[in-house]
Design a protein around this ligand. Structure first.
Ligand SMILES: [Zn+2]
Length: 707
């Protein structure tokens, strides 16, 4: 439906905003490195592109944590914002503009969006029941409240079911709400709030999702939401920290609500627009005009808005925000729509979820301090799995990939080729590139183009390594070291091919390995920067002379890996004593409540009531992740009389592959339920947030009743 990249109209690539509430770890960096690589790849294709982002400064977790730290939320968030600005370049993530949601540009832009919705009659005021803490005498927006998800029954926090079905939850939807401030059950009070009427955009969204490009998960997951009844989106909150609901918008009937701020998910995506505008202002509109990209240039009400190419790169937990709410928000303000949404999986640390509360994380600073080149991390994380799948980070995994692929394949080919060329020809031999090698380079360029147009970041990382693999086979097959005396012309030809392959590799590796690509570019004696080279340069002649090359990559020794692992283990152990055991996973910015041991419930149940529960010993036969769900795994469990399929929120907490054979305890007579479209027939018993599985002490057979 869309023309292939590069297009005539400019593009913008954005990354989901980091939430200015804590240090970044290597798991967080996946989105930013992928966005950076994708944006660089578009640039190599000759596409005009801006790569923008900013810090997400608002919302309840920041307000809560700032209050705990005794500082105002703005200074609290700004400190992290400034830290992020320094961290990204350390991983060669080079935004063209990096703003934040609390700056003047975004405040003004956000209020103008809301005014457009009001003018277009898409905003309604409704009295709703909001959770309220009697003791603290305050409303409990979003993460100030915890309870049960009305859709899947999992524990949910405020505005999202982050442990279960991942739905966005509207104020008042959460069941059995408990205040995270006092731990008391929350009351409900009636408060007037503003809503964006999403149903106005339902038909538009259905057409939008049909033409949306990007990764499959982002195109498919929203269908269920868009085809069902679209609830109005509450766009205001009873809070002080945030962007004020716009006043004096000229409509007398519109009640003034000075006590409300906008919901964080209103101003956060609008930062994509604001950040692009700031870039445009910095370089001048002749160079890059944000309005060409973002404003709708079609007739109002046209089937599809027109503008530039908008590509959003996000974690897959925020697909709904980017494929339902955000396009409706844009449409309501007569802005252009995203061309593509690319949603990546999470990052696990050595097979388990990151846990910031247990200090079980490789922090961005840890990586920087390790002295390892940032491109090594980039390569590991980008090529470690397909973009939409979860990927594992470990020091062992990193070392293995670096040693085999970057040192063994890529570095080895480049070094032996360029050294031979420099020693024997003082640079590039005087010959033409042979046809088969030219064809091979063209085919690598084609894979690169395809990876861009198919939104496959991993393909960008694979292209240069595949070409180096070809190069190694080529040089091995032709043995130029034997030819220099026997057939000097043929030797020059082979080495000429190898130098061309090296240059093509430099261009192809620029998106994922930008620092190393630049170093290679210099080794080749090229003028200017590889960051300005287009893909076509892969076939243009290299300079005739260059200096003796240096090895581009250095291997990582086993001892180094052991040392890095030891550092991590020691820290986890040190944190173990004072951690509260709260497993945060990727959503670890939300430790708001006191997670100490719960008191025993006052109400006693009768023995008869207990006996109604039919609990059995089961043996796990298989355990596999459920695609698209962050926390859910599907288990086949033998409970003696039959085999049951059980869905449990243990995907990130356990190494699923190690579970088969484990004896567990299953509640066998629980009503069946459906989680993420998968039937669950039974429930396994597990202790605490870490879902420590209850197992049997001896060898009770599957089917044995637990009593
Ligand atoms: Zn849920």
């Amino acid at each position: 439906m869309h023309e292939e990249f590069p297009t005539e109209t400019p593009a913008v690539v954005t990354c989901g905003l980091p939430y200015a509430n804590g240090d970044l770890h290597v798991g967080h960096l996946r989105t930013y490195v992928s966005g950076d690589a994708y944006s660089r790849a578009l640039d190599r294709l000759g596409q005009s592109v801006a790569f923008v982002c900013g810090s997400d400064m608002h919302g309840t977790p920041i307000a809560v944590n700032a209050a705990e730290a005794g500082v105002d939320p703005e200074s609290f968030a700004l400190e992290y914002h400034e830290q992020y600005e320094e961290t990204f370049p350390e991983f060669n993530v080079e935004f063209d503009n990096y703003g934040h949601t609390h700056d003047a540009t975004n405040t003004e832009m956000t209020q103008s969006f809301v005014r457009s919705w009001i003018d277009g009659d898409h905003v309604v005021e409704k009295e709703i029941q909001v959770a309220w803490d009697e003791e603290a005498d305050q409303p409990l927006p979003d993460r100030f409240v915890e309870g049960t998800c009305p859709y899947c029954g999992e524990t949910a926090r405020g505005d999202e079911c982050d442990e279960g079905c991942q739905r966005h939850l509207e104020p008042g939807e959460i069941e059995d709400p408990v205040s995270t401030i006092t731990g008391n059950p929350a009351e409900y009070r009636t408060r007037p709030h503003k809503f964006l009427r999403l149903s106005d955009f339902q038909e538009y969204l259905q057409r939008f999702i049909d033409r949306l490009e990007g990764t499959e998960n982002a195109k498919n997951q929203p269908r269920e939401w868009i085809e069902g009844e679209l609830q109005d989106l509450c766009i205001t909150r009873d809070m002080e920290w945030g962007i004020d609901y716009p006043q004096n918008n000229g409509d007398a009937a519109e009640s003034q609500r000075e006590d409300l701020v906008l919901y964080v998910w209103v101003d956060a995506p609008i930062e994509y627009v604001s950040s692009t505008k700031q870039y445009s202002e910095a370089v001048g509109e002749d160079e890059y005009d944000w309005e060409t990209v973002w404003k709708n240039h079609a007739d109002p009400g046209a089937e599809r808005p027109e503008g530039g190419e908008i590509v959003h790169i996000i974690g897959h937990d925020i697909i709904q925000h980017h494929t339902v709410f955000w396009p409706a928000m844009l449409r309501g303000a007569d802005f252009n729509e995203p061309r593509a949404v690319m949603a990546c999986g999470f990052v696990n640390l050595a097979g388990e979820a990151f846990s910031t509360s247990r200090n079980r994380a490789v922090w961005a600073d840890d990586y920087v301090e390790s002295g390892l080149h940032p491109d090594l991390y980039r390569y590991h994380i980008v090529t470690g799995s397909e973009f939409t799948a979860d990927v594992n980070f470990s020091w062992d995994g990193l070392a293995e990939r670096v040693n085999s692929e970057l040192v063994g394949t890529l570095g080895n080919f480049l070094y032996r080729s360029l050294l031979f060329a420099e020693r024997n020809y003082d640079g590039t031999p005087d010959a033409d590139v042979s046809e088969p090698v030219e064809a091979e380079i063209e085919s690598a360029m084609e894979s690169f183009r395809t990876a861009v147009n198919d939104y496959r970041v991993r393909g960008l990382g694979r292209a240069p390594v595949e070409l180096a693999k070809f190069g190694n086979e080529y040089i091995q097959r032709h043995e130029p070291w034997k030819l220099t005396d026997e057939d000097p012309e043929r030797a020059a030809q082979v080495i000429r091919d190898c130098v061309q392959l090296s240059k093509a590799i430099a261009v192809l590796m620029e998106p994922v390995l930008p620092g190393k690509a630049e170093a290679l570019w210099e080794q080749l004696g090229e003028a200017g920067s590889v960051h300005d080279a287009t893909l076509g340069a892969a076939l243009s002649a290299p300079p005739t002379s260059f200096d003796e090359p240096l090895e581009l990559f250095e291997g990582i020794e086993d001892e180094r890996v052991e040392e890095l692992n030891r550092q991590l283990e020691e820290r986890v152990e040190a944190a173990g004593d004072d951690a509260d055991g709260d497993e945060g996973g990727e959503e670890d910015e939300d430790e708001t409540g006191a997670a100490d041991i719960e008191p025993i419930a006052d109400d006693r149940v009768s023995f008869e009531a207990f006996k109604e529960l039919d609990m059995r010993v089961g043996e796990v036969l298989s355990a596999e992740p459920i695609d698209g769900a962050d926390k859910l795994a599907k288990l086949e469990v033998d409970i003696g009389v039959e085999t049951r399929q059980i869905v449990a929120g243990i995907k990130e907490l356990h190494d699923l592959e190690s579970l088969p054979g484990t004896r567990i305890v299953v509640v066998a007579n629980l009503e069946k339920s459906e989680l993420f479209g998968v039937e669950s027939d039974g429930m396994l018993l597990a202790a605490g947030e870490e879902a420590d599985l209850l197992t049997t002490h001896d060898d009770a057979e599957p089917g044995t009743r637990v009593q």
